[in-house]
Ligand binder design. Structure first.
Ligand SMILES: [Zn+2]
Length: 136
């Protein structure tokens, strides 16, 4: 189901709780909401649709990838960039890493560890920050 986007910075500043198998429907809502906003958005975290759980979706060349409880294990290649956010106005400066290794649970709640780089890695870092209550 397509949900509306939360823009309340106080709400978005709260740290999200771990996701469980019971939260698979939230992942589906995130996928639906990302698809509906795809022209302006390449990633989304669950708190942006009002659910304070560690769940994100990220647009890649192949698919929109849902990640439950994503955790960045390694990061490499620091750089400065500027980003926008569907929940915020304007663009802000931030620090990101070119290459990251991420542990997460996939759409069927199986544990995965994968490496990402470039824009997909940047999007994951932005959305993981959201789950930790950090806005750019
Ligand atoms: Zn954002």
């Amino acid at each position: 189901m397509i949900r509306s986007i939360v823009k309340d910075e106080k709400f978005l500043a709260k740290k999200c709780k771990p996701a469980t198998k019971k939260d698979l429907a939230i992942g589906q809502d995130l996928l639906d909401t990302l698809r509906a906003n795809q022209s302006v958005c390449i990633g989304m975290a669950a708190n942006m649709i009002g659910q304070q759980k560690n769940i994100i979706v990220v647009h890649t060349d192949l698919i929109n990838l849902v990640m439950y409880n994503p955790r960045i294990l390694q990061k490499q290649g620091e750089y400065e960039t500027s980003e926008g956010c569907l929940s915020l106005k304007g663009v802000r400066q931030t620090k990101r890493y070119q290459h990251i290794r991420v542990q997460y649970y996939d759409a069927t709640f199986h544990k995965q560890v994968n490496d990402f780089s470039g824009l997909v890695a940047q999007t994951i870092q932005h959305e993981v920050d959201h789950c930790n209550g950090i806005l750019i």
